[in-house]
Design a protein around this ligand. Sequence first.
Ligand SMILES: [Zn+2]
Length: 202
Amino acid sequence: MSIRSEVGSGTTSRHGGSLFAAAAVHRDDDGNSLHAPVLVLNASYEPINVCAARRALVLVLKGVAMTEEENGHFLHAARVAMRVPSVIRLLEYRRIPHQSRALSRKNILLRDRNTCQYCATVLPSSELTLDHVIPRSRGGSSTWENLVACCHACNRRKGNQSPAEAGMKLMREPRAFNLHTSRHIMRLMGRSDDKWRKYLFY
Ligand SMILES: [Zn+2]
């Protein structure tokens, strides 16, 4: 996802890379299983993140995490067949800095649930833009608190004005991605996956 991984970031490529290069050749399962979302639990079973199955397998192979639930697919690499996880759990408890999620277009759209914050229309990501609530030309910064999802029509209408000047109103005050928001997103993603449910709905 989407939700950027904060778990062991940047340390996996060398170790995992060669295995998965081999896997790409020998894989006889459907290729999408490596991109399937995997729920990441802290050692305490608290859900903390979602990552792609490929990354989850690297964490398991490195001994950083263990598989709690499988998704029913196999990954065949060299002579080894690995079960692809659906839920993994970190073996060591990590303190997660919830306030430090990367500020990105993707995360802003996730936070705002792909909903234009002025007219409340829900749109695919490709039809949304980011609006600086206080325009950049007037000193508005690129921060969680000043960026919102916006449809092109509202963006044009607002132009170089503040919402008040344009006679427009924000659906809600934009805030940084926090624990509550990410839980909400994990729940939305996990709603259809029985294996996630017991970790997310309690
Ligand atoms: Zn709009």
